[in-house]
Every structure is written in C-alpha cells, then in structure tokens.
Design a protein around this ligand. Sequence first.
Ligand code: CO8
Length: 261
Amino acid sequence: NTVENYRDIRLQTPSDGVLLITLQRPEVLNALRSALLAELAAALTQAAGDEAVRCVVLSGDRRAFAAGADIRELAELDAIGVLKDRRPQYWQAIRHFPKPLLAAVNGYALGGGCELAMHADIIIAGADARFGQPEIRLGTLPGAGGTQRLVRSVGKSLAMKMVLSGEPIDAQTALAAGLVAEVTVPELTLERTLELARSLAARPPLALRLAKECVLKSYELPLEGALDAERKAFALLAASADRREGIAAFLDKRQPNFLGA
Ligand code: CO8
C-alpha cells in the first residue's frame, strides 16, 4: 500500500497507524544526498499533520541503513556552499517530528546515517549493524549532531573513540552502550520494529507526543526545569478524553480505544 511516490524514499502504510519510510538508494548504500533529506523532511512534515499516522518507522535495506552524507555531493561544496546548504533545515524537520520515530538498522549506519538513526526515538538493530562516525577519515567531522548525540547515547569515552578514530562499533557494543534498544537477527529487524511501531500506534497519541517531548527535554533543560515540564504535561493530559478512556478500560477490564483527543 504505497502512499506517495518520492524518488529517494518509499512510503508505505503496512498496517494501521504506522508509516514505513524506506531509504532507496541501494546503489550507493543509501547515501544521504540533499534531495533524499528534503524528501524525508517533507514526508515527516506531512506525517506530523496526518492523524492517521501515529508512528513512523525509518528503514534502509539489508546492506545499509545509510552510509552517510553523499560524499560526491559533499566534494562539491565549498564554504559558501555549506553556508547556503539547506540540509540543516531538513535535519530540523526530522528533529521536530512530534510522533514516535523508530529506526530499523541493518548493515552500515555511518556518518550522517548514524546521525539519522540517532534522530530516531528508538533504534532496533540487526546483529550485523555497524554504527560509526568515519568523517575524521575524510578530514571533516560529524555535522548533523553526531558529536553531541553520540556522547549522550554512549558516553564520552566510546563517543571520543568513534569520532576520533572513525572506527565503527558493532550491534552488541551499541546495545551494551545504550545506543540501540534491541538487537535482533537481521532477517527480523524490520518485522520486529514494525511490531513495536504497531504497539505504539495503539497508544494514546497525545500522551505519546507529550511523553516524547518530556524525554527529549532531558537533552535541553536542567533537571528542575525538566521535572516542571513533566509535571505540567502530566496535568495537561488529565484533560484528555484518552486518559479517561485508558483508565475506564482498565477498570472495565477491556481494551482501550484511543482517539487522540
Ligand atoms: N557517499 C556516496 N557514495 C557512497 C557512500 C557515501 N557516503 N558510501 C558508499 N558509497 C558508494 C560507493 O562509492 C560505491 O559506489 P560505486 O559502486 O559507484 O563505486 C557503492 O556505494 C558501494 O560502496 P563500496 O563499494 O565502498 O562498498 P563496500 O562494501 O566495499 O564498503 C563502506 C562499504 C565501508 C560503507 C564504504 O562504502 C564506505 O566507507 N563508505 C563511506 C562511509 C563514510 O565515510 N561515510 C561518512 C560520509 S561523510 C558524512 O556523513 C558527513 C556528514 C556531515 C554532514 C555535513 C552537512 C553539511
């Protein structure tokens, strides 16, 4: 069930409430050229406003989630080109996507590909996944949040090792470090991620949105301010019909039906 045809990504709604976005430049290991990021940003902006979409899964293929920025494209950018580059705007749209965003990662997640995976709220990795920031080998450094998100995901020492050496880590190391939530056999990575996405899609959308917002606040705010934001979000949800439905369904011993209100 294809929703809309883009060139560098494919959109599918495999089941209720879940949108699957597949990167499709397999000939270059899904290298993230600017046009791909523009499509991804547009698709997520549209999905943000579409009530039928409750959760999004981002995937590559068996060989690669994404092997980074498109190096051929990068080679053509001089300083003014970088200054005028629209990519930061595309990353911003991805960063501000308000619904759960899951990444199903098999194979290479390198450079911008690792950074894209880290934009997801939850990463599920196949056992053959490789996460790395090889930019140093090109004489540059991670430019889409890698130096910051990696520290928050895996801690300083491992982040430094990855960023300064360019050496990737395997899925088990990523799991132990907290970069990924689960490791599966590669054949089941997408299936398992979609299964988790379907379960999230059945949860109350407003609570999902505010819970995601609150967790992400831990990146931005001192603890006292973030706890205050959490308390206010908690209070706000007391006004939602879905909270009444959730509690009533529990007391009635039935499945809840959440409407996003
Ligand atoms: N960009 C463009 N093409 C790529 C990329 C890439 N990142 N990665 C792979 N390809 C292409 C190869 O050139 C090759 O094409 P062709 O068949 O025409 O020669 C094809 O994909 C298959 O790749 P390989 O033959 O190299 O496959 P291998 O299995 O031998 O190796 C690797 C796989 C190890 C993943 C290898 O391809 C590799 O090292 N790729 C580059 C990884 C990398 O350095 N990524 C970081 C890119 S820089 C970055 O992401 C910076 C982000 C900062 C953003 C700043 C915005 C302003």
